[in-house]
Design a protein around this ligand. Sequence first.
Ligand SMILES: Nc1ncnc2c1ncn2[C@@H]1O[C@H](COP(=O)(O)OP(=O)(O)OP(=O)(O)O)[C@@H](O)[C@H]1O
Length: 279
Amino acid sequence: MSEQPILQVRHFNKHFGPGCGHCSRPENRGLEGNYCPVCGTVYACDDVSLDLYPGEILGIVGESGSGKSTLMKCLYFDDAATSGTAFIQDEKVALKNVFQLSSQQKRYIRNHLYGMVYQNPMMGLKMNFSSIGNIAEKLIAAGNRNVQDMEAKGKTLLEHVQIPLSRMKEMPENFSGGMQQRVQIAKALSNNPPILFLDEVTTGLDLSVQANVLDLIKKIQREWQISMIVVSHDLAVIRMLADRTLVMLDGSVVETGLTDQILEDPQHAYTQQLVYSLI
Ligand SMILES: Nc1ncnc2c1ncn2[C@@H]1O[C@H](COP(=O)(O)OP(=O)(O)OP(=O)(O)O)[C@@H](O)[C@H]1O
């Protein structure tokens, strides 16, 4: 791929705990899974590097506890990275390690460059605001002030994610799980972000609803050319969406490549297990 990545992460670490003589040297960690048996420090993400290219969907797959959500949370600044670098291709923050920016600069990135869709809609939506009010909230954070413009934009987005406009004044708490996810997606798209994170967005939904949300994500990617990172424990979801895939196990990346290539010729024993479970 010749283009520059829109997001480049290098040697990212997120550890929970103080570390000790037994585990603090990477070459001699002696971990059990992802934690130190001596001091209990959890190495949730350990030396993770990735590139996200313009307009692609990068899938991150791994079992529960492999560190996928921790990676998303730190990239989205819901949590602080322990160490490592992340660079975004944007004139305001170019060449700056975004993990080390001020909270004001991080807010700029969240409001203008990032969208996030959480597994739990309660984390991404204000359940006691109307659906269109949720979108307006994000638009206001991104600097919009014109009420008519915001209403027009909110309606367009809700239509785009197939929420009937007759229900736009309703609170998401009245909606089904699939509808809540679609409102979350509309909200996440409202600031036209070049980068969208989707963390287990179909987990817990019925299969038919899941298929509907996955189709919507594919449609958005095709039409808007947004770069996306899609996290799932389910390789079938990643297979449907991702151009390239990164496989995580116990906080580390064990395999990365084109999704088709990983599905056809998995190299790591854990990836082989994941692929064979699809058959
Ligand atoms: N605040 C925390 N304190 C201590 N350990 C944590 C904390 N948050 C996450 N962990 C640990 O970090 C590891 C990675 O968790 P993470 O939630 O990122 O995994 P995951 O792959 O997203 O799995 P799941 O989808 O089940 O959340 C786990 O061992 C988890 O217990």
